[in-house]
Design a protein around this ligand. Structure first.
Ligand code: BES
Ligand code: MN
Ligand code: ZN
Length: 522
């Protein structure tokens, strides 16, 4: 579906498109707040009467995701100039008891609800009126609504005949216009554009994640990165198998050994100005994880096509950065990509591999492959780009799903300030994080009798020991690790987050980078 957004400077009453969406604030009691809200939304007496009727029937203003359809043509306008819109959709999200971040979330949810209501009809031209008097600006409100609308309009364009016909969703379009009211036009347009860019990045990440493993391979990551490299401010370098051999990245090569698809390591650099700090982002791009010789059980193994969602998130962030173009930070995005299969050349439990930089690892479990490829990438990234901070994002451990389920991403970090930045950004983006500890007591589980480290400990504290493994490669550099195994797919279902790949992490990282860039420039 094609979704576009613009600003509407006319009279809402004269809007003659398909749907006029009216969002009113749900006050303490519908009795007190409603009239005032309707007044603020410039609604006419006939419309107010209709809304009151719906409310008196008990059909409205009680639930966050509730909405009501009205048809202006069916109303008695009693001589008043009628609304020209074909339909009116009324919503009343609760806004009263919410802090700023919660309010952001409710507006995004509201956007998602609108998108799902509109899914059932043909309407293309839509005008939105939003509530006045929220604790933040119209500009901010519009940004959150755009995100909810854009993210909530997503469906994966799969491989079903009916999805590809002329009547399909893919062929449809939605043109959303925002009633400008008193909002400063230039800023409003800018906020809408930025929200759209960040939402579009999330949708790209979802698309990559939802593709089956035979249609999203390490080569597809490299191709995507090459295309990004043609954009302004971005530069792409691809390391293939030969370069990896030359550089001594034995771990990623080892994981790749059992697969017929060659590995790739995509590096995308976003440069603003030298004086600003450099953030290194590393995303796990395991396009399929069978476990290798330490095989996973068959049931549910198809889900391991999602094992590249961290890599997808990094690609998407780089894509958005090129379009947002903000200063204040430099960002290097790296996506090591391979399959983990059990072909006849596959690594075997007990094999020892040498990471880039010299650390030897005993591979006691070939299913703990994410840390192997991330280790090489992080070590190479630090050696090559000398970043001020490193953030990696990966569907790294089943233990993360056991520990926090599908609602929080696990955060582990060797630096409190960086952890705080990410926690804050996650709150703002509606992708909450929960920090877990690190420490030598956990690292002990990775002691090997034959090498510097082994790649898996016992079952206890699995998310933490995985992070301990990565920590071996960061040295003194401030570093944070996001384990998105529970949230990359089957994330808390919301009006703007569908089943399948969620695109989690993209907005959190963009938000953290944006906040960082602001603080650097002030
Ligand atoms: N990709 C998996 C982690 C995973 C499991 C993500 C389930 C989402 C759902 C990872 O490569 C893996 O297999 N980790 C192992 C590590 C273990 C062998 C130490 C795990 O979590 O079981
Ligand atoms: Mn695995
Ligand atoms: Zn994996």
């Amino acid at each position: 579906m094609k979704v576009s957004f613009q600003v509407y400077e006319g009279e809402p009453k004269s809007f003659s498109g398909d749907v006029l969406v009216v969002i009113v604030q749900q006050e303490q009691g519908p009795e007190q707040g409603l009239e005032q809200c309707l007044e603020q939304c410039l609604l006419s007496p006939a419309l107010k009467g209709a809304v009151s009727h719906v409310r008196d029937c008990g059909d409205f203003l009680n639930k966050a995701d509730q909405s009501v359809w009205l048809y202006p043509a069916l109303l008695d306008w009693q001589g008043e100039k009628p609304y020209l819109a074909k339909r009116i959709l009324l919503l009343a999200p609760a806004t009263e008891d919410a802090g700023r971040n919660e309010l952001r979330e409710r507006l995004r949810l509201c956007g998602g609800t609108i998108a799902s209501q509109l899914r059932q009809l043909r309407g293309e031209d839509i005008l939105l009126l939003w509530p006045q008097g929220l604790p933040f600006s119209d500009v901010e409100t519009a940004g959150q609504l755009v995100q909810g609308l854009a993210l909530g309009s997503y469906t994966f364009q799969g491989y079903k005949k009916e999805q590809n016909g002329t009547d399909s969703e893919a062929g449809q379009s939605r043109r959303y216009a925002f009633f400008s009211g008193d909002a400063p036009l230039k800023e409003l347009r800018k906020a809408i554009k930025q929200a759209q860019v960040s939402a579009q990045a999330v949708l790209s990440a979802r698309d990559m994640g939802n593709q089956p493993a035979n249609r999203w391979t390490p080569a597809d990551f490299a191709d995507y990165a090459e295309k990004l490299g043609t954009k302004k401010k971005l530069k792409t370098t691809i390391l293939g198998k030969a370069e990896m051999q030359e550089l001594g990245m034995e771990a990623i090569l080892a994981v790749n050994q059992g697969s017929a698809q060659p590995p790739s390591l995509s590096i995308i650099e976003y440069r603003s100005a030298k004086k600003y700090p450099t953030v290194l982002l590393v995303g796990k791009g395991l396009t399929f994880d069978s476990g290798g010789i330490s095989a996973k059980p068959a049931a549910g193994m198809e889900e391991m096509k999602f094992d590249m969602c961290g890599g997808a998130a990094v690609m998407a962030v780089m894509q958005a950065l090129a379009e947002l173009g903000f200063g204040g930070v430099n960002v290097v995005g790296m996506v090591p990509a391979t399959e983990n299969l059990s072909g006849s050349a596959a690594i075997k439990p007990g094999d020892v591999v040498r990471h880039f930089g010299g650390l030897h690892s005993e591979v006691v479990n070939t299913d703990a492959e994410g840390r192997l490829i991330l280790g090489d990438a992080i070590a190479y990234g630090i050696a090559t780009y000398a970043p001020d901070v490193v953030i990696d994002i990966a569907t790294l451990t089943g233990a993360a799903v056991v520990g926090l389920g599908h609602h929080y991403t696990c955060l582990l970090a060797n630096d409190d300030e960086l952890a705080q930045r990410l926690l804050q950004a996650g709150e703002e983006a509606g992708e909450p994080l929960w920090r877990l500890p690190l420490g030598p007591a956990y690292r002990k589980q990775l002691e090997s009798t034959v090498a510097d480290i082994k790649n898996a400990g016992d079952r206890s504290g699995g998310t933490i020991t995985a992070a301990c493994y990565l920590q071996e490669f960061v040295g003194e550099t401030p570093w944070a690790h996001l384990d998105i195994a529970g949230t990359a797919w089957n994330f808390t279902e919301k009006s703007y987050v569908p089943k399948g790949a969620s695109g989690t992490g993209v907005r959190t990282l963009l938000c953290a980078l944006a906040n960082w860039s602001k603080s650097e420039r002030n």
